[in-house]
Write a protein that binds this ligand. Sequence first.
Ligand SMILES: [Zn+2]
Length: 322
Amino acid sequence: MSKRVGVGLDLGGTSIKYALATESGEILKHGYLPSDADADKTEIINNLYISAKEMIDYAGSIGQTVQAIGVGTPGNVNLETGWLMGSTPNFKSWSNINIKSELGSKVNLPVYADNDANLMALGEARFGAGKGYRNIICVTVGTGIGGGFIINGELYRGSAYAGAEFGHSLVEVDGIECRCGSNGCLEMYASATAMLRDFSQFAREINFTPTGNEINMAYLFELRDQGNEAAKKAIERGIYFLGRALAGSINIFNPEAIIIGGGVADAGEIFIDAIRQVAFKYAMEKPKENVRIVGAKLGNKAGFLGALSFALEQRDLEYQDN
Ligand SMILES: [Zn+2]
C-alpha cells in the first residue's frame, strides 16, 4: 500500500515544529528546532530548510518520496505567489519574503505557505475535531486569539489573504486599546494575557497575594479550583466575552462546528462547557440549532498537519491547472 507523503513545517515564535506524514495525517516522524525569531530572514529560511531536509532524508531512508512541503507562518501570505506580506510582531525581520521560492529553490520541491492560524484550522478540520464537518470556525485562545474559517470544506482567506481575525472582533465599543490600533477587541478581554491582567486587578481588590512561581493560566485554573475568588472572576470574565463573540459568529455563519484550541483550551472540557453555555445562551435559535462547540484534538500537531495537508492539496491543484 503506497500512501503519499509530505512535510509540514509550523513556524512559531520559539520553535519550528515539523513532521513527515501521510496524506491521511499519519505522522511518520516529527521534530522541532528553535526558530531564532530575532535572526535575519535568510537564517529563518535556513532553519526551515534544515527542518525540511531532515524529514526529506528520513523519507528517503524508508523508501518514501516527499511530494510537497507546507509552511505555516505568522503573518499574511499571498496564496498564489507565496509572498509573506506585512510584519509579524514576534519576528523582527520576517516580512516581505517569498517563502515559496526561497525555500522551494533549496529543497527542489513544491513549497506552499499560508498563515499559521489558517493551517491549524485546516489541520483540525482534516484530521482532528472538525473531521467530517464542512463549515467550521476554529478559535485559538493563547497569548492572543487567532481564528480560521473553513467554508464548504475549504479555508476562507479573504480578498487580501487577511481575514478570520477572530481576536479582533469587537466586544466592547470604545473599550480597551488593542495592539491592532483599534479598541474593544475580543483579544483584550478573553486571551490568556487579558485574563491574567484581570486576575492581578481582582487579586489586589481582595488583598490576595499570588504565591506561585509563575503566574500563568495553569496556575490561574489551579487557584480557581481551590476556590480563589479573583481567579474565578478573571476566568469567568474571559469566558463571558469569548462566548458572546462566538454567539455573534454563530448568528452570522451558522457553522456545524466551533473548535476551541490553544493554551487556554488545554484546561479541558470544563472550560469548553462554560464557553458553550454563554454562546448558546446568546446565539439566535435557528443559527445555533446544529452547532457543536468542541475542544481541539491535535494540540500543537494541528499546525504541521494542516501545513502538510494544504501542501498536498495545493500541489494537486497546480498539476491539474497545467
Ligand atoms: Zn484588535
